[in-house]
Design a protein around this ligand. Structure first.
Ligand SMILES: Cc1cc2nc3c(=O)[nH]c(=O)nc-3n(C[C@H](O)[C@H](O)[C@H](O)COP(=O)(O)O)c2cc1C
Length: 335
């Protein structure tokens, strides 16, 4: 049976669905929630090559993983070839199965230092980085990029020969120019042009929020896989439901019981991962995602925004879910 899987170098992905790196979001508990619902690969948020090479403990913690997560990818950012190569070695010691280089982040604090999407304006430096990074990686090496810096400058189609000739195993393309940041909509025609030019697998990314989008995008672009970011916030089931669709099975709806237990499990893992005190603050957004669109979710969110105690917060979560039922939820969704 076709599992729609593909290889990135020597690493086999069991299906085409990958969780995108999201800085400040895709920590270990988030990534494991996606893995449990079937994501074939998870990627850490971007990790500073320089931070790793300087021995930064906080930076290192971004790569915390468990055997359950395998295979997982560490995304590095930076512009210093030696630091990135050293960072890649440390990431492999930490268990990375794939190393990814960030060539797409448009955030001012990253671009200002010449990293992320700024590298699209300096192809010779990309080449120098790959010259150091490729031999430092025993794992497959991938890059994640935008379709260019801006129309006519740093176009990814012009970058492809450099990636191909320097041993990059797969390319992820977010279908926006860097200058667009997150505006407008992702241009999948441009992604398809990379598929035509790059000899290895291309992973398409941008604006996938529903399982049906995955099928259309894979078919129309010719991509080997897709990366899903914002569509997975509070919704790890986007992976399991897409797998249902790919395999022609009826799409399994998510019951409130499952939504609650997944959110609670995520919260408890976060409590263990970062400490309960810090988790209380981080959970404000995490629980907002999990309860989005549910009845009375606005007042629930307001009440947890004032909460400072981890256990009381979880009690509030339980109470909230106990107070709504599937019937109400269906009605709220129909409104
Ligand atoms: C909050 C946030 C953080 C992000 N952090 C990263 C990052 O660390 N590395 C990266 O390559 N892309 C990052 N991205 C971009 C996403 O990986 C992805 O390319 C983009 O959100 C488009 O995909 P989507 O429409 O599925 O979300 C981030 C996006 C958001 C919204």
């Amino acid at each position: 049976m076709n599992d729609f899987g593909f290889n990135i170098g020597s690493v086999r992905l069991k299906n085409p669905l990958i969780l995108a790196p999201l800085a400040g979001v895709t920590n270990l508990p988030f990534r494991l929630a996606a893995k449990r619902q079937g994501a074939a690969l998870t990627v850490t948020e971007m990790v500073s090559g320089m931070g790793l090479s300087m021995g930064g403990e906080k930076t290192r913690r971004l790569m915390a993983t468990t055997p359950e997560e395998k295979p997982f990818c560490v995304q590095l950012f930076g512009k210093n070839p030696d630091a990135l190569a050293r960072g890649a070695e440390i990431a492999q010691e930490a268990g990375a199965d794939i190393i990814d280089l960030n060539l797409g982040c448009p955030a001012r604090k990253v671009v200002r230092h010449g990293s992320g999407a700024a590298l699209l304006r300096d192809f010779p430096l990309v080449e120098r980085i790959l010259n150091k990074l490729r031999p430092a990686c025993k794992t497959p090496l991938t890059v994640k990029t935008r379709i260019g810096w801006k129309p006519g400058e740093g176009e990814v189609t012009d970058l492809v020969p450099i990636l191909r000739d320097n041993g990059v195993d797969a390319v992820t393309v977010h279908g926006r120019y860097a200058v667009e940041r997150f505006g407008g909509s992702a241009n999948w025609d441009q992604i398809a042009r990379v598929v035509e030019k790059f000899p290895g697998p291309v992973i398409g990314n941008g604006d996938i929020t529903r399982p049906a989008h995955v099928l259309t995008r894979l078919k129309e672009s010719g991509c080997a896989g897709v990366m899903i970011g914002r569509g997975a916030l509070g919704n790890p089931w986007i992976f399991s439901q897409t797998l249902d669709l790919l395999h022609g099975r009826p799409m399994e709806p998510v019951s409130l019981t499952e939504r609650f237990s997944t959110a609670e499990h995520h919260a408890r893992m976060l409590g263990r991962h970062v400490g309960e005190g810090k988790a209380v603050f981080m959970l404000r957004s995490v629980l907002m995602w999990y309860t989005k669109g549910l009845p009375e979710s606005a007042s629930f969110r307001q009440s947890i925004n004032r909460e400072r105690n981890f256990e009381t917060l979880l009690a509030q979560l339980e109470e909230y879910f106990a107070g709504i039922d599937d019937e109400q939820t269906r009605k709220a969704a129909a409104l």
